[in-house]
Design a protein around this ligand. Structure first.
Ligand SMILES: Nc1ncnc2c1ncn2[C@@H]1O[C@H](COP(=O)(O)OP(=O)(O)OP(=O)(O)O)[C@@H](O)[C@H]1O
Ligand SMILES: [Mg+2]
Length: 194
Protein backbone atom coordinates (compact mmCIF):
# COMPACT_ATOMS: atom_id res chain seq x y z
CA UNK A 1 0.00 0.00 0.00
CA UNK A 2 1.34 3.42 -0.92
CA UNK A 3 1.78 5.70 2.10
CA UNK A 4 1.54 8.92 0.12
CA UNK A 5 -0.44 9.96 -2.90
CA UNK A 6 1.52 9.32 -6.08
CA UNK A 7 2.90 12.54 -7.49
CA UNK A 8 4.15 13.30 -10.93
CA UNK A 9 7.86 14.01 -10.91
CA UNK A 10 9.54 16.13 -13.56
CA UNK A 11 13.10 14.81 -13.48
CA UNK A 12 14.39 16.90 -16.40
CA UNK A 13 12.87 20.16 -17.58
CA UNK A 14 13.61 22.65 -20.33
CA UNK A 15 16.97 21.43 -21.56
CA UNK A 16 18.05 21.79 -25.17
CA UNK A 17 21.46 21.40 -26.80
CA UNK A 18 23.22 20.27 -29.95
CA UNK A 19 26.38 18.22 -29.99
CA UNK A 20 28.61 18.07 -33.06
CA UNK A 21 30.98 15.14 -33.83
CA UNK A 22 34.23 15.48 -31.90
CA UNK A 23 32.67 17.93 -29.46
CA UNK A 24 32.72 17.45 -25.71
CA UNK A 25 29.79 18.88 -23.73
CA UNK A 26 29.50 19.12 -19.97
CA UNK A 27 26.18 19.23 -18.09
CA UNK A 28 26.24 20.67 -14.59
CA UNK A 29 23.46 20.91 -12.03
CA UNK A 30 22.80 20.32 -8.37
CA UNK A 31 22.14 16.86 -6.98
CA UNK A 32 18.73 15.61 -8.10
CA UNK A 33 18.43 18.11 -10.93
CA UNK A 34 18.19 15.34 -13.52
CA UNK A 35 21.67 14.85 -15.02
CA UNK A 36 21.61 11.05 -14.76
CA UNK A 37 18.00 10.93 -15.97
CA UNK A 38 18.98 13.02 -19.01
CA UNK A 39 21.87 10.62 -19.69
CA UNK A 40 19.54 7.61 -19.45
CA UNK A 41 17.03 9.26 -21.77
CA UNK A 42 19.75 9.77 -24.40
CA UNK A 43 20.87 6.15 -24.08
CA UNK A 44 17.21 5.18 -24.37
CA UNK A 45 16.64 3.42 -21.06
CA UNK A 46 14.06 5.95 -19.78
CA UNK A 47 11.41 7.35 -22.10
CA UNK A 48 10.93 11.11 -22.37
CA UNK A 49 7.34 12.33 -22.13
CA UNK A 50 7.96 15.61 -23.95
CA UNK A 51 10.47 16.94 -26.42
CA UNK A 52 12.69 15.09 -28.85
CA UNK A 53 16.03 13.38 -28.71
CA UNK A 54 17.64 13.19 -32.14
CA UNK A 55 20.79 11.20 -32.88
CA UNK A 56 22.29 11.44 -36.35
CA UNK A 57 18.95 12.57 -37.76
CA UNK A 58 16.88 9.84 -36.12
CA UNK A 59 14.25 10.55 -33.47
CA UNK A 60 14.86 8.17 -30.57
CA UNK A 61 11.14 7.80 -29.89
CA UNK A 62 10.28 6.50 -33.35
CA UNK A 63 13.38 4.50 -34.26
CA UNK A 64 12.97 1.21 -36.08
CA UNK A 65 14.27 -1.87 -34.23
CA UNK A 66 17.38 -1.99 -36.44
CA UNK A 67 18.11 1.74 -35.95
CA UNK A 68 17.66 1.20 -32.22
CA UNK A 69 20.25 -1.60 -32.30
CA UNK A 70 22.71 0.73 -34.03
CA UNK A 71 21.91 3.46 -31.48
CA UNK A 72 22.59 1.05 -28.61
CA UNK A 73 25.99 0.30 -30.15
CA UNK A 74 26.94 3.90 -31.00
CA UNK A 75 25.90 5.48 -27.69
CA UNK A 76 27.67 4.13 -24.62
CA UNK A 77 27.57 5.32 -21.05
CA UNK A 78 29.90 5.30 -18.05
CA UNK A 79 27.59 4.99 -15.04
CA UNK A 80 27.74 7.09 -11.90
CA UNK A 81 27.49 4.12 -9.53
CA UNK A 82 30.18 1.76 -10.79
CA UNK A 83 29.47 -1.32 -8.68
CA UNK A 84 25.70 -1.23 -9.27
CA UNK A 85 26.30 -1.04 -13.02
CA UNK A 86 28.29 -4.28 -13.15
CA UNK A 87 26.74 -7.76 -13.21
CA UNK A 88 28.01 -9.44 -10.00
CA UNK A 89 27.86 -12.91 -11.59
CA UNK A 90 30.15 -12.09 -14.50
CA UNK A 91 33.92 -11.94 -14.55
CA UNK A 92 35.56 -8.63 -15.36
CA UNK A 93 36.73 -9.97 -18.71
CA UNK A 94 33.20 -11.04 -19.65
CA UNK A 95 31.73 -7.72 -18.47
CA UNK A 96 34.10 -5.70 -20.65
CA UNK A 97 33.72 -8.06 -23.63
CA UNK A 98 29.91 -8.36 -23.53
CA UNK A 99 29.00 -5.30 -25.66
CA UNK A 100 31.49 -6.37 -28.34
CA UNK A 101 30.27 -9.98 -28.41
CA UNK A 102 26.64 -8.79 -28.52
CA UNK A 103 27.04 -6.24 -31.30
CA UNK A 104 29.88 -7.79 -33.30
CA UNK A 105 29.50 -11.55 -32.78
CA UNK A 106 31.81 -12.35 -35.72
CA UNK A 107 34.89 -10.89 -34.03
CA UNK A 108 37.10 -13.94 -33.20
CA UNK A 109 37.34 -14.75 -29.50
CA UNK A 110 41.14 -14.31 -29.54
CA UNK A 111 40.65 -10.76 -30.85
CA UNK A 112 37.99 -10.10 -28.16
CA UNK A 113 40.46 -11.27 -25.51
CA UNK A 114 43.20 -9.09 -26.99
CA UNK A 115 40.97 -6.01 -26.97
CA UNK A 116 39.80 -6.67 -23.40
CA UNK A 117 43.38 -7.00 -22.17
CA UNK A 118 44.47 -3.84 -24.04
CA UNK A 119 41.58 -1.86 -22.57
CA UNK A 120 42.24 -3.13 -19.06
CA UNK A 121 45.81 -1.86 -19.34
CA UNK A 122 44.57 1.40 -20.82
CA UNK A 123 42.27 2.17 -17.89
CA UNK A 124 44.83 1.12 -15.29
CA UNK A 125 43.71 -2.42 -14.43
CA UNK A 126 46.13 -5.34 -14.36
CA UNK A 127 45.11 -7.71 -17.19
CA UNK A 128 45.79 -10.74 -14.97
CA UNK A 129 42.68 -9.76 -12.96
CA UNK A 130 40.52 -10.66 -15.96
CA UNK A 131 38.84 -13.64 -14.25
CA UNK A 132 37.93 -11.83 -11.03
CA UNK A 133 34.40 -10.71 -10.08
CA UNK A 134 33.24 -7.09 -9.43
CA UNK A 135 32.96 -7.53 -5.63
CA UNK A 136 36.70 -8.26 -5.54
CA UNK A 137 37.47 -4.72 -6.74
CA UNK A 138 37.44 -1.28 -5.11
CA UNK A 139 34.94 1.38 -6.18
CA UNK A 140 37.59 3.11 -8.29
CA UNK A 141 38.58 -0.15 -9.97
CA UNK A 142 34.90 -0.90 -10.72
CA UNK A 143 34.64 2.51 -12.33
CA UNK A 144 37.63 1.65 -14.50
CA UNK A 145 35.90 -1.60 -15.52
CA UNK A 146 32.84 0.46 -16.51
CA UNK A 147 35.02 2.83 -18.53
CA UNK A 148 36.64 -0.10 -20.39
CA UNK A 149 33.21 -1.63 -21.11
CA UNK A 150 31.93 1.67 -22.47
CA UNK A 151 34.96 2.05 -24.75
CA UNK A 152 35.19 -1.41 -26.28
CA UNK A 153 32.78 -0.59 -29.13
CA UNK A 154 34.48 2.75 -29.89
CA UNK A 155 31.16 4.58 -29.49
CA UNK A 156 30.27 7.67 -31.48
CA UNK A 157 28.81 9.22 -28.34
CA UNK A 158 30.22 8.48 -24.91
CA UNK A 159 28.09 9.71 -22.01
CA UNK A 160 30.10 10.10 -18.83
CA UNK A 161 27.88 10.30 -15.74
CA UNK A 162 30.42 11.56 -13.21
CA UNK A 163 32.93 9.09 -14.66
CA UNK A 164 35.75 9.75 -12.22
CA UNK A 165 33.71 10.22 -9.02
CA UNK A 166 34.94 6.91 -7.61
CA UNK A 167 38.54 7.11 -8.82
CA UNK A 168 41.35 7.76 -6.39
CA UNK A 169 41.76 11.15 -4.73
CA UNK A 170 44.69 12.11 -6.95
CA UNK A 171 42.54 11.63 -10.02
CA UNK A 172 39.66 13.74 -8.81
CA UNK A 173 41.52 16.47 -6.97
CA UNK A 174 42.77 19.76 -8.25
CA UNK A 175 39.55 21.08 -9.75
CA UNK A 176 40.49 19.76 -13.18
CA UNK A 177 37.71 19.56 -15.76
CA UNK A 178 36.24 16.05 -15.84
CA UNK A 179 37.02 15.48 -19.57
CA UNK A 180 40.72 16.12 -18.92
CA UNK A 181 40.74 13.72 -15.99
CA UNK A 182 38.74 11.22 -18.02
CA UNK A 183 41.23 11.61 -20.88
CA UNK A 184 44.06 10.82 -18.50
CA UNK A 185 42.19 7.63 -17.61
CA UNK A 186 41.58 6.73 -21.22
CA UNK A 187 37.91 7.73 -21.16
CA UNK A 188 37.74 10.21 -24.01
CA UNK A 189 40.71 9.43 -26.25
CA UNK A 190 38.96 6.52 -27.85
CA UNK A 191 35.75 8.05 -29.04
CA UNK A 192 34.91 7.29 -32.63
CA UNK A 193 35.48 10.43 -34.66
CA UNK A 194 32.90 10.76 -37.40
N1 LIG B 1 14.09 5.43 -10.59
C1 LIG B 1 13.58 6.55 -10.10
N2 LIG B 1 12.36 6.60 -9.55
C2 LIG B 1 11.84 7.75 -9.07
N3 LIG B 1 12.48 8.92 -9.08
C3 LIG B 1 13.70 8.94 -9.59
C4 LIG B 1 14.35 7.78 -10.13
N4 LIG B 1 15.57 8.11 -10.58
C5 LIG B 1 15.70 9.43 -10.33
N5 LIG B 1 14.60 9.92 -9.75
C6 LIG B 1 14.37 11.31 -9.36
O1 LIG B 1 14.61 12.12 -10.50
C7 LIG B 1 15.27 13.32 -10.13
C8 LIG B 1 16.55 13.44 -10.89
O2 LIG B 1 17.46 12.40 -10.53
P1 LIG B 1 18.87 12.21 -11.21
O3 LIG B 1 19.43 10.94 -10.68
O4 LIG B 1 18.70 12.33 -12.68
O5 LIG B 1 19.66 13.48 -10.65
P2 LIG B 1 21.20 13.90 -10.82
O6 LIG B 1 21.21 15.30 -11.36
O7 LIG B 1 21.92 12.87 -11.61
O8 LIG B 1 21.70 13.89 -9.32
P3 LIG B 1 23.17 13.56 -8.72
O9 LIG B 1 24.03 14.78 -8.98
O10 LIG B 1 22.91 13.37 -7.26
O11 LIG B 1 23.67 12.33 -9.39
C9 LIG B 1 15.47 13.25 -8.60
O12 LIG B 1 14.44 14.00 -8.01
C10 LIG B 1 15.33 11.78 -8.29
O13 LIG B 1 14.83 11.60 -7.00
MG1 LIG C 1 23.43 11.59 -11.22
Amino acid sequence: MALTKPQKLHAVNGISFDLAPGQCLGVVGESGSGKSTLARAIVGTVPSSHGRIMFEGHDLASMSPSARRVHRKDVQMIFQDPLAALNPRMTVGDIIAEPLITHEPKVPRAEVRRRVQALMERVGLLPNLVNRYPHEFSGGQCQRIGIARALILKPKLLICDEPVSALDVGAGAGGQPAPRIAARHGAVDDIHRA
